[in-house]
Design a protein around this ligand. Structure first.
Ligand SMILES: [Zn+2]
Length: 108
């Protein structure tokens, strides 16, 4: 499960690894379970890098205090409740981007 990073000082939340909090500059982070999110938008990318599906359906989902863009693993619609399924392929790059996370229906 992908976790939300929460600033230990001010409570700012993000999924993406950051050295400093965007709000207060703190370097102390706690990790929280992401839980269930709401799918806000869906798009399809028709030009993608080698090894990435075409078209690549992507979604934007809002979780408690943090948004995340990820691939859509199954047919989903805007407004659906989703959870993050990272399978065994999730990895975090040095720049904080995450590769391999997918949204799936929260009921699965
Ligand atoms: Zn902060």
């Amino acid at each position: 499960m992908t976790k939300i990073r929460e600033c230990a000082n001010c409570g700012y939340r993000t999924f993406y690894k950051k050295r400093h909090c965007m709000e207060c500059g703190s370097q102390q982070w706690d990790k929280q379970e992401s839980g269930i999110g709401e799918l806000l938008a869906i798009t399809s990318v028709h030009v993608s890098p080698k090894g990435v599906r075409k078209p690549n359906r992507l979604g934007l989902a809002k979780f408690e205090g943090a948004n995340l863009v990820a691939q859509i693993g199954k047919d989903l619609n805007v407004g659906d409740n989703v959870k993050i399924d990272n399978g065994n392929t999730l990895r975090e790059e040095d720049d904080g981007t995450q590769v391999g996370a997918q949204f799936v229906p929260a009921g699965d």
